[in-house]
Unconditional design. Sequence first.
Length: 256
Amino acid sequence: MSMFSILSLILPLIAVMGWIIHRYFQDRDLFVIKLIRHGQSMENAGEVRSKDVGDQAIELTETGHSQARARGASIGKKALVDAFIFLSPYRRTVDTLIGILRGAGFTDGEIAAMKLYQDPLLREMEAGYAPLAEQVEKRTLHRYFYYRFDGGESPADVYDRISSFTGSLWRFLQKERSAWYSPLFGKKAPRTVYIVGHGLDHRIFVMRWLHLTVDEFDRLENPDNCDEITIAPAKWLDQPQLVRGRWGVQGLRFRL
């Protein structure tokens, strides 16, 4: 057999092996992230103030409970069975997740048996205890993203927490990678991460994941109650609104 014949047999095999290796390293870490803001809270409706009842204890309104159940029904049980679910430990986010799961068709017994990951890093931005009206001028001067509330946090502080969370999330997904990826046969159905939290946190999460600038963050409007934002490889999205590298996002609202 001539050298040309040998090469004609070997080169296609090398090309196939190269493609398999490329697929392995290109797609092994890809997944979908769904950010869902809590349903309408009693503070959203003007019925309570966080400084009077404690921000962590604010409950949902009946409208908020209905929004959560409707979101769960739109997601469906099948999509949630194998998902990784993280949430803020605040009352309104916990109740929103329970409503989502019930709306999707889970029984209370099934919900109690689920592995759900509460993380304090996902809590709402702390607004402190001083009157907010007295800080408007300072906040304007020092810019929304950087101004730290008296006794509280700034969005920049929340950025630091979300950065810590995304790092731990990435390590968690690396550890769990075998659940949705086979090095021989490529990816199975991509795993989905659901994060039930707060509007500002989700804007910061998008900013951090896509490496947006502060100016780009300022253009993001807070999501409505129970809105869903999707972060995924851009090629998996129908109409990505922002794309950075291989990642895209849809479901955002922008300031005019």
